[in-house]
Design a protein around this ligand. Structure first.
Ligand code: IMP
Length: 431
């Protein structure tokens, strides 16, 4: 298989977990490049369902190497729990999981700060998962972050927590009226984490480089999605990492020439969880129907996802900022049975037609989506395993997406399990 980046093309929850699981069969290494335990990737194998938050879903395949890159922020307790849960369910997690020494850690104060800051935002709440993601990335950029490798330098680690707590405890006490945190208690807890994770911590950039030199194929797994990217998303209603394809380079320490394909995962309609603008949102019974049929409830927080029609302005943006070479369409079957299907082709702002996603929040918030309407289909597209067997109007819907975006559809997912998939390209290695 070629070296492929898989990235969410909308606001996350496009079904990347299942797709990555299927593509892993053809890869040797699966490497995740950003985010933390805010993500939730659902994979169904036979009658079993796995929800992974941190570990790449490639772990569910034997003999594949899974890498968690330097671009992640890792709450060690969540990672250890995930490892233990997988082991309980007889999934091997040993030398097949490597964690970057340079990944930053989520510290107890990050989740506290996340909660406090969010609670002060009134009606401008981002709807964070409250996992401490934003504050951990903020510390990384402010150069006061604590990395996984620091766990193995106890004196240095203690000094870093103690220094960070000077400011944190001042804020907690004086600004937020909260109890201060104890450096020794945090130190002791994290030393236990250090032991539990030691086997996995490594120089992941070197591991990936060696794998590439040995002709191995790498699958780069993104979490969240393009519109939640810190630079290219609907800022400030975004997550705090580089969810776009560029994040794979910095988040794992590989060069752009390593990549053969950038595949955007596109849900056949649109969802978003949390606050922020969403032009094609349907706050009516159609949105409700999409939510119920699609089981649109968060894998991490259980929150109901906001639902709406497919938005080609969003997807045009995703094609551009990721350099998408192929599209993966998921959850097509959720549109089965709709008489008519609307697709947003552009926005209208103060009488002007916008084809490109606007950068300014006030413009975006005032945009009206302009729709084209397509005929739906009554036949089931669920579990269909060849393009020719899809309902005629479903094929027309897919062709329309390809034509309007100028990017080929390379995979169609038609259900939850590994068999419910149509490959339109074989991804043989080009190297
Ligand atoms: P945070 O990443 O927890 O700071 O949350 C920031 C925004 O990103 C919120 O709107 C979350 O709902 C959203 N978000 C974070 N992770 C995911 C995800 O995996 N899927 C969908 N939305 C997410």
């Amino acid at each position: 298989m070629a070296n492929i980046i898989v990235v969410g093309a909308q606001w996350g929850d496009e079904g990347k977990g299942k797709v990555v699981d299927c593509l892993t069969e053809k890869a040797n290494v699966v490497a995740r490049y950003q985010g933390g335990h805010n993500a939730g990737h659902t994979v169904v194998i036979g009658n079993e369902q796995f929800i992974l938050h941190l570990i790449p879903s490639g772990i569910l395949h034997k003999e594949k190497l899974c890498v968690m890159g330097n671009g992640l922020v890792i709450f060690p307790e969540a990672l250890i729990e995930e490892i233990e849960e997988l082991r309980k369910r007889k999934v091997e997690v040993g030398d097949n999981l490597k964690v970057s020494k340079n990944a930053h850690m989520i510290m107890p104060y990050h989740a506290i700060m996340d909660g406090i800051k969010e609670s002060k935002k009134g009606d401008k709440k981002i709807g964070t998962t409250g996992r401490g993601i934003g504050p951990a990335y903020a510390d990384k950029i402010a150069r006061s972050g604590i990395r996984i490798s620091d766990l193995y330098w106890p004196e240095l680690f203690k000094e870093k927590i103690t220094n960070n707590l000077v400011e944190i405890n001042f804020l907690l006490k004086n600004l937020y009226n909260e109890e201060p945190l104890d450096a020794v208690a945090i130190y002791d807890t994290y030393m236990r984490y250090a032991q539990a994770l030691a086997q996995h911590v490594d120089d992941t950039d070197v591991i990936i480089d060696n794998a590439i030199k040995a002709g191995k194929q790498i699958l780069f797994e993104g979490a969240q999605g393009t519109m939640l990217d810190i630079d290219h998303g609907t800022y400030p209603y975004v997550t705090s990492s580089s969810a776009c394809a560029g994040g794979a380079m910095t988040g794992l320490g590989v060069g752009p020439k390593t990549i053969d394909e950038v595949l955007g995962v596109v849900k056949a309609y649109t969802t978003r969880v949390g606050g922020g603008p969403f032009p094609t949102e349907l706050e009516n019974n159609v949105g409700e129907l999409l939510r119920e049929k699609g089981g649109e409830y968060g894998a991490t927080t259980g929150r109901a996802r906001r639902c709406g029609w497919l938005d080609l302005v969003v997807l045009r943006h995703a094609v551009r900022v990721n350099g998408l070479t192929g599209l993966i369409i998921t959850k097509l079957d959720i549109l089965d049975g709709f008489d008519k299907i609307d697709v947003c082709v552009s926005y209208k702002y103060k009488g002007k037609i916008l084809n490109d996603f606007p950068k300014e929040l006030p413009v975006l918030e005032a945009c009206e989506p302009l729709y084209e309407q397509f005929d739906g289909w009554t036949e089931s597209s669920s579990n269909v395993q060849s393009f020719a067997k899809l309902p005629k109007n479903a094929r027309a819907y897919l062709k329309m997406i390809e034509e309007k975006l100028g990017v080929p559809i390379v995979i169609i997912s038609t259900g939850k399990t590994r068999d419910d998939i149509i490959y339109l390209k074989d991804f043989q290695t080009t190297r």
